[in-house]
Design a protein around this ligand. Sequence first.
Ligand code: EPS
Length: 392
Amino acid sequence: MRYLSGGESHGLCLTAIIEGVPAGLNLDAEYINTQLKRRQQGYGRGGRMQIESDRVEFISGLRFNETIGSPLTLQIKNRDAENWRETMAPEGEKPARVEPVTSPRPGHADYAGGVKYGRKDLRDVLERSSARETAIRVAVGSVARRILEKMDIHVFSHVVSIGGIGDETGKDNEGGQMRVTEPQVYAKIESSPLRCADAEKEKEMIGAIDRAKEEGDTLGGVFEIIVTGVPPGLGSHVQADRKLDGRLAGGLMSLQGIKGVEIGLGCRAAAERGSKVHDPFYYTDSGEVARSTNRAGGIEGGISNGEPLVVRAAMKPIPTLATPLPSVDLATGEKSDAAVERADVCAVPAASVVGEAIVAWELAVAFREKIAGDTLEEMKTFYRAYRDLMRH
Ligand code: EPS
């Protein structure tokens, strides 16, 4: 499976073409829209989310709510495009009243992208580098999530910390993180404005977001993705680009603002002895191979090992500051303040939903490599056969 997307933040729409989705997968817009809505939530988001109400349209590949094997084309309209018609016109002369963006924001793609593509108006860069693009990634990830659900694989996420204020739920990797997937705990996370299971910590986080906003500043944080039902054998140790941990980390690092990815114990493993890092094996009473801990986070040697997948990603604070950092004006050669665009104060809860979509995509791609098939029916049959073989 592969996909490409296109679309600017204030252009007409975001579009993606996915190839390789099995035929016979049941899909409807509501399923994807529910995920798009989850991405739009979260305390600390900016004005754009009041304008948008993201909804997917199927342009090709779906007939009577079933995939037909041909490329699946998805589209999300930008409602805000109406207000940017003149600034974002694909054709014609640039009107004089359309001001160029010439002072790059430290931390954004503005400067490096402007140099790379030779753009004097940095809007040409920021329109595509904007996290608006994550809306279409969630739509694409929803298709992947649908495939995984059919295989009884389920993706969860929650926010672990914001601005250094932490929620300790499950940080131990001794199995504690699995509490997150319990229905009553996950219901709390889904209804929480910060996707946080700990109500006390959440209050502190909200206070920190309010203070950052008052001061024209922004906040980052850490989210965790947990996937249950992952079979052993996805990814491979035999070649660098087939390793599942590398692919998940690459996918998550490609999300705007992500500066670090950890699998299982992650960086904490470096400070511990081997006996406190690796997960002992044992046989259950019914003779199945089991592990007493899951510090590896479900991956060993670049291959899923049958334990739940546990991945954490660290997001830096959003680079658009209402109280701007010092910058330079590339048009005049003078010092200036960085450009100020409307933006979020904190988007970690939204990023955790996008993280789910990215992990779902990477896992579904790895799953399709292992369990191929042009139809969902074939996939189910092949998967059953693989599971049977594993038992012998
Ligand atoms: C976003 C839409 C954007 C930003 C945000 C994410 O819309 P606008 O620029 O019109 O406000 O709010 O992106 C950023 C903060 C960024 O720096 O890229 C969205 O749909 O999630």
